[in-house]
Design a protein around this ligand. Structure first.
Ligand code: WQD
Length: 339
C-alpha cells in the first residue's frame, strides 16, 4: 500500500465539502480541511469526527487571504485540492453581487497562486448548472452553450471556469464539476445541510417548515411554462455528489488540462413534485403558499449526465425520496443537538 495521497479540501466544513470529506476518508485518502466557517459551524466538524473516528486537521482561514493560505501549503504535503469554498445562493447573489465576485473569484485565484508556487497540479472545482443560464434545450450537456448567467452567482462560476481554462498552460490540471441541485444528508444523520439563518435553498426550507421552525414555505412562482407551473430542477443526493469528487480525483491523476462534467441525475423534478414526495415519504403535511417568482431563477434546468457516467465511471445511487428521508432525519437530529 503506497503512501496515502493528502487532499486539501477548501470549504470542507460546508454542506457538500463535509460529505466529500467522508467519502475521501472512506476511499483511503488523507484530508486537511480549510474553511473560514462563514457558512458553517463546528457542529459539522464534530459530525465528521464522529463518522470518521479521525481528528481531521482543520485550518480556520479565508481562501482569499494569500499569506494564510500559503502557510498551509508550506506546512503540508498536498497532492491535490478540492475547492468548495464559495457562496452559492442564487437569490442572495442578486442582492450582494460584490461579495459574490470577491469571495468566489478571488478565492480561486488565491488558491491557484498557492498551487502554482508549491507545484500542486491537480484541482477539482465546484461549479454549477447555473452556468447554463436559462437553457434553450433540456437536458443540458457539457457542450450546451454557457449563456448569460441569470445571477451573479452563476457568473462567478462561468468566470472561474474561464480561469481554469487559462491556467492549463502553467501546468494546472482541473476537473470542473457542474453540480445540479444537491439535497439530503449523510445516511448516518450526523452531517447535513446547516444553513445559518433563513435557508435560501428549497429543501432546508421545507425541512425547517416541517420542523415548525418556519410558519410556511413560499413556492416562488407557479406560472412558469412547466408541468405544474413551478420550476424544474435536477435534485441529486449530496452523498452521490460527493462520490463524484472521488471519481474525478482518480480521473485527473492520468489526465492533463481542463475537463468539465455535469453532476446530476438526468431527472427533472418540479418544486411541487418535490413537495409532494417529501410529504409522502415522510408521512406529513407541509404548510406552503404560492408567491411571486424569485429574481435570478431559471425556469427549467436538468442534466444529461452521460459524459460523467462514461468518463468518470460515476452513477448516482440514491433516489429523491431517499434524499428527502435523509434530509428530514437530519433536521430532526440537529434540532435535538444543543446549539
Ligand atoms: C430551487 C427551486 C426556487 C426556496 C441551487 C444552488 C446553487 C446551484 C444550483 C450548486 C427554485 C424554489 C426555493 C424557497 C422556492 N447548486 N424555491 N421556495 O436556485 O436552483 O440553486 O442549485 O452549485 O448553488 O443554490 O436552488 O433550492 O434555491 O431553488 O420555491 O423557499 O426552489 O424558486 O425554483 P437553485 P434553490
Amino acid at each position: 500500500m503506497g503512501k496515502k495521497k493528502n487532499i486539501a479540501v477548501t470549504g470542507g466544513a460546508g454542506y457538500i465539502g463535509s460529505h466529500a470529506v467522508i467519502q475521501l476518508i472512506e476511499a483511503g485518502f488523507d484530508v486537511i480541511i480549510i474553511d473560514n466557517l462563514s457558512r458553517s459551524d463546528q457542529r459539522l466538524l464534530e459530525g465528521l469526527r464522529k463518522i470518521s473516528g479521525i481528528n481531521i486537521p482543520f485550518y480556520k482561514i479565508d481562501c482569499t487571504n494569500y499569506s494564510q493560505l500559503e502557510e498551509i501549503f508550506k506546512d503540508n504535503q498536498i497532492d491535490a485540492v478540492i475547492h468548495f469554498a464559495a457562496y452559492k445562493a442564487v437569490g442572495e447573489s442578486v442582492e450582494k453581487p460584490l461579495e459574490y465576485y470577491e469571495n468566489n473569484v478571488l478565492s480561486l485565484v488565491t488558491l491557484l497562486k498557492c498551487m502554482q508556487k508549491y507545484k500542486v497540479t491537480k484541482l477539482i472545482f465546484s461549479s454549477s448548472c447555473t452556468v447554463y443560464g436559462e437553457p434553450d434545450v433540456v437536458p443540458v450537456t457539457e457542450k450546451t452553450s454557457m449563456k448569460r448567467a441569470n445571477s451573479p452567482y452563476g457568473a462567478t462560476k462561468q468566470m472561474c471556469e474561464r480561469i481554469l481554462e487559462d491556467v492549463q498552460p502553467i501546468g494546472i490540471d482541473a476537473v470542473s464539476l457542474r453540480y445540479f441541485n444537491p439535497i439530503g444528508a449523510h445516511p448516518s444523520g450526523l452531517i447535513g445541510e446547516l444553513p445559518l439563518g433563513a435557508p435560501n435553498n428549497l429543501v432546508p426550507y421545507i425541512t425547517q417548515t416541517a420542523a415548525g421552525l418556519r410558519d410556511h414555505l413560499t413556492v416562488f412562482g407557479n406560472d412558469y411554462n412547466t408541468v405544474d407551473g413551478t420550476c424544474v430542477r435536477d435534485y441529486i443526493h449530496v452523498t452521490d455528489l460527493a462520490e463524484a469528487h472521488i471519481k474525478a480525483l482518480k480521473f485527473i491523476d492520468n489526465e492533463q488540462g481542463l475537463h468539465i462534467f455535469n453532476i446530476g441525475t438526468g431527472v427533472g423534478c418540479s418544486v411541487m413534485e418535490l413537495i409532494n414526495q417529501f410529504e409522502e415519504v415522510n408521512n406529513l403535511k407541509l404548510n406552503y403558499v404560492f408567491g411571486p417568482r424569485r429574481p435570478g431563477d431559471v425556469e427549467k434546468v436538468y442534466a444529461d449526465p452521460s459524459k460523467s457516467f462514461e468518463g468518470l465511471q460515476w452513477k448516482p445511487r440514491y433516489s429523491i425520496k431517499e434524499a428527502l428521508q435523509h434530509a428530514w432525519q437530519w433536521e430532526k437530529n440537529i434540532r435535538s443537538v444543543k446549539q
